[in-house]
Design a protein around this ligand. Structure first.
Ligand SMILES: Nc1ncnc2c1ncn2[C@@H]1O[C@H](COP(=O)(O)OP(=O)(O)OP(=O)(O)O)[C@@H](O)[C@H]1O
Length: 312
């Protein structure tokens, strides 16, 4: 548990201490504690309904926690909510722009709300805004998904916040725009911003300095992406054959199988200690599987996540 009084670390931009929030009987966030260092790119990784949005709303002062405390840049999210709002940037998961206003009008609007101008803070958004400038007169509602996301990021940055909260910024965005978005985040990190970003995509977790894996309101692990991968300690096999459906059924019924999950075109398999790859091959040959490919692999963050979800 993080005790705020003993955790007065200047280098922590975000400190969350045993925060809980329920909607009726639904415990959306349960006893979450973590801290994010100044200048860190921190990822909150978890499936739909894990509680990511609820935690973000608490941190950006839109929702009061039932229990616990949290500070962002040293300000309490409940007591100091007014002061805090101008120190942070927030890009909500759902569309946060005014669809009938143009690109430029949206940006001007957000700048005005914070008592500033586009010109005053242009240097921070320049790299992103140059890509939008050719469309500055277009209605925001008529932009592509990737462009909307860039505009929303500019709007969240226009008042030069020290900490940026991005709730699932890449959900529903094409692969190229997702890649470009993460490049933009790396640039912003280089400029010293602290960034907390949530995503359901495990492949994006590797871009973060540290990640927290979250499920049903609880944090399962907090560490660097490579340390989270190392939490998975068992040998792992990737297996493929012509008939994937029958392969998964047969492997899940096999006496040697511990876990078997589909990961793209391969199944990821862990077995009981005494089992060799030859035992698996023999078993699959006996069941008539064709073109079996099997190879030992390194566990990914997703493998660790599945393992933690099962065994805690
Ligand atoms: N306003 C609300 N009223 C009731 N239940 C809610 C409300 N908002 C969220 N929940 C529930 O709280 C849990 C956590 O939801 P939350 O939106 O925080 O998760 P999430 O990880 O952001 O997932 P998603 O990507 O689906 O938003 C879910 O079970 C959700 O159904």
């Amino acid at each position: 548990m993080i005790n705020l009084k003993n955790h007065n670390d200047q280098r922590s931009a975000i400190i969350i201490d045993t925060i809980s929030k329920a909607y009726g009987t639904n415990k959306a966030v349960q006893d979450v504690s973590l801290s994010v260092k100044s200048g860190e790119l921190f990822g909150l990784i978890g499936p739909d309904g894990a509680g990511k949005t609820t935690l973000f709303k608490i941190l950006v002062t839109l929702l009061r926690p039932d229990q616990g405390q949290a500070t962002v840049v040293g300000r309490d999210v409940v007591q100091d909510f007014r002061a805090l709002r101008s120190l942070i940037g927030y890009m909500p998961g759902r569309f946060s722009l005014y669809p009938d206003l143009s690109v430029e009008e949206n940006l001007t609007f957000f700048a005005t709300v914070f008592g500033t101008t586009i010109a005053a803070n242009y240097d921070l958004i320049r790299d992103i805004y140059v890509q939008l400038e050719p469309f500055k007169d277009r209605r925001a509602g008529a932009l592509s998904g990737g462009m909307k996301q860039k505009l929303a990021l500019c709007c969240a940055l226009i008042h030069k916040p020290g900490v940026l909260f991005l709730d699932e910024p890449t959900t529903g965005v094409d692969a190229v725009s997702r890649k470009e978005f993460w490049e933009m985040l790396q640039l912003l990190k280089k400029r010293g911003l602290t960034i907390m970003v949530s995503t359901p995509y495990m492949d994006e977790a590797g871009q973060c300095d540290r990640i927290a894996l979250m499920q049903t309101g609880k944090i399962l692990a907090i560490d660097t992406p490579s340390e989270v991968e190392r939490l998975f300690r068992k040998p792992l096999l990737a297996v493929r054959a012509d008939d994937t459906y029958r392969l998964i059924q047969d492997l899940r019924q096999a006496p040697f199988t511990e876990t078997c999950y589909a990961f793209g075109e391969y199944l990821h398999l862990t077995t009981h200690d005494q089992t060799t790859p030859e035992d698996v091959t023999r078993y699959l040959n006996q069941r008539g599987h064709q073109h079996v490919v099997m190879k030992p692999i390194q566990a990914s963050i997703e493998d660790s996540f599945m393992e933690l979800m099962q065994h805690g």
